[in-house]
Design a protein around this ligand. Structure first.
Ligand SMILES: CC(C)(COP(=O)(O)OP(=O)(O)OC[C@H]1O[C@@H](n2cnc3c(N)ncnc32)[C@H](O)[C@@H]1OP(=O)(O)O)[C@@H](O)C(=O)NCCC(=O)NCCS
Length: 440
């Protein structure tokens, strides 16, 4: 058994009694009330999900297993001579809560290596997609196609006990994650490189191999890939992709079906697709400015024109965050160090100065600050990955790392089928009328 799986088993045994006790002794203790605003307003702020893997503080940003992002980047082991940590180490941390040693990271790396070969039929499914298909549709379908490999489904049919569901779920997760760099880069090759596939290099780590198969040999693109997958991996459980993965998995659909579903949620323009929206918007500004650097006043005018046309400023705002996203700041730090002279970076930099005061003056967005998507596409563009439809696939590979970890834990703690209650508009009106009578 891998070191990771052994450690996970130990952590599950420690955690299960806590959940069982809460359910047994405190199940009627009230955690939150629900307002009409929450019911009709996308359940903002409603405390109704549990995860120990990450927590999003509105002012501080995300913590993975209690560590802020800068701490995660500082503490996780890195490949020799590289600035960014192993993705394999992140998966170990998300699953166990422990910062892994070099040896523990290499154990995960070896496990991924054993499982990375993609069955022939997945290439064929990808090849069979009609032209102009969006890469996220192909990505989702490729993952669904792999469902026939599900170890969990076979074990479930064979009748394993509920307490053991997490074990084949873990195996499915490892098998799927190991294949994602190959799936993603093959979609890229098929759509944008005449199907010319670059063979994987088993000597490389998850993200290094991804960078290699993308065909980007520039210095630091492997580190960009490590950073990208790590910052996108998890953002607590209420966002659309995480919640979708959790919800679908709660029906005991296997990892393949659940991750494919979460990829579909990520493909919406208010969620993961915003990164391609940012690039499209930046290109429009560049075209208008004839590829020169605009003055702050010109940029302000462009931002107001976008708002006055009834559009949102892509990459700005957030449903939970109320300050600049630390995921944005990490990418900014990298760009200030390595991409300072990039023209597009200068655009992103000017926008960082001018957009927040404008959004404040505009008065609608609760959070005027940039989120992760305001920066990620610009870095890809710098390295020659200019096909911005593809950017959400990069997000999806990273997000799959966090969501698989969450689903394994959902199974470990034996969370039941998710099934909240809906009510009708009539019922809400009746509740409101009764409340006013009582107040009166
Ligand atoms: C992320 C996002 C979907 C959050 O939505 P939300 O929780 O409903 O945000 P808010 O509560 O602040 O929205 C209140 C109003 O401000 C508007 N608003 C929010 N962000 C805005 C932005 N970047 N530009 C212009 N208006 C914005 C909303 O559209 C909404 O307007 P409405 O009342 O006319 O519907 C939203 O900020 C947005 O659309 N951002 C741009 C897309 C993006 O970057 N998505 C990636 C998220 S990681």
């Amino acid at each position: 058994m891998s070191i990771l799986k052994e450690r996970l088993r130990q952590k599950i045994n420690e955690c299960r009694p806590r959940t069982e006790r809460l359910m047994r002794e405190y199940r009627d203790v009230k955690v939150a009330d629900v307002t009409v605003g929450q019911l009709l307003g996308g359940m903002r702020g409603l405390k109704c999900l549990v995860t120990d893997i990450s927590y999003l503080d509105p002012l501080e940003g995300i913590r993975y297993r209690g560590y802020t992002l800068p701490e995660v980047f500082k503490k996780l082991p890195k490949p020799k001579g590289k600035e960014m940590p192993y993705v394999e180490g992140l998966f170990f941390l998300l699953l166990t809560g422990d910062i892994p040693t070099e040896a523990e990271v290499h154990d995960v790396l070896d496990e991924f290596n054993k499982r990375r070969i993609l069955p022939r039929y997945v290439y064929e499914v990808i090849d069979s997609f009609p032209c102009c298909s969006h890469p996220m549709s192909i990505f989702s379908a490729a993952i669904t196609t792999l469902q026939r490999e599900s170890f969990f489904s076979k074990k479930y049919e064979a009748g394993i006990p509920k307490s053991e569901y997490w074990d084949p779920t873990f195996e499915d997760a490892m098998n799927l994650l190991a294949k994602l760099p190959e799936i993603g880069t093959y979609i890229y090759a098929k759509l944008y490189r005449d199907g010319k596939r670059i063979q994987s290099n088993p000597g490389l780590d998850f993200a290094g191999n991804f960078a290699h198969m993308m065909g980007v040999e520039e210095p630091y693109y492997d580190d960009v890939s490590r950073m990208n997958f790590i910052i996108h991996s998890d953002h607590e459980s209420g966002n659309v992709s995480a919640h979708t993965g959790h919800l679908v998995a709660s029906s005991l659909a296997d990892i393949y079906l659940s991750i494919s579903a979460m990829i579909n949620g990520l493909a919406g323009p208010l969620h993961g697709l915003a990164n391609q929206g940012v690039l499209r918007w930046l290109q429009a500004i560049m075209e208008k400015m004839d590829n020169r650097i605009p003055s702050e006043d010109e940029m302000k005018q462009f931002v107001w024109d976008t708002l006055n046309a009834g559009q949102v400023i892509p990459g700005y705002g957030h449903a939970v965050l109320r300050k600049t996203d630390p995921r944005y700041l990490l990418q900014r730090e990298f760009s200030l160090k390595h991409l300072q002279d990039d023209l597009l970076f200068k655009y992103v930099d000017i926008l960082y100065k001018v957009v927040p005061p404008i959004l404040k003056e505009h008065g609608k967005a609760k959070n005027p600050w940039p989120n992760v998507d305001a920066h990620s596409g610009m870095i890809q563009w710098h390295y020659g990955v200019t096909e911005y439809d593809f950017y959400t696939v990069l997000f999806g590979i990273g997000r799959a790392i966090g969501i698989t970890a969450n689903i394994i834990w959902d199974r470990a703690l034996m969370y039941p089928l998710e099934r909240p209650k809906s009510i009708t508009t009539d019922m809400i009106e009746e509740i409101v009328a009764n409340a006013s009578k009582t107040d009166g």
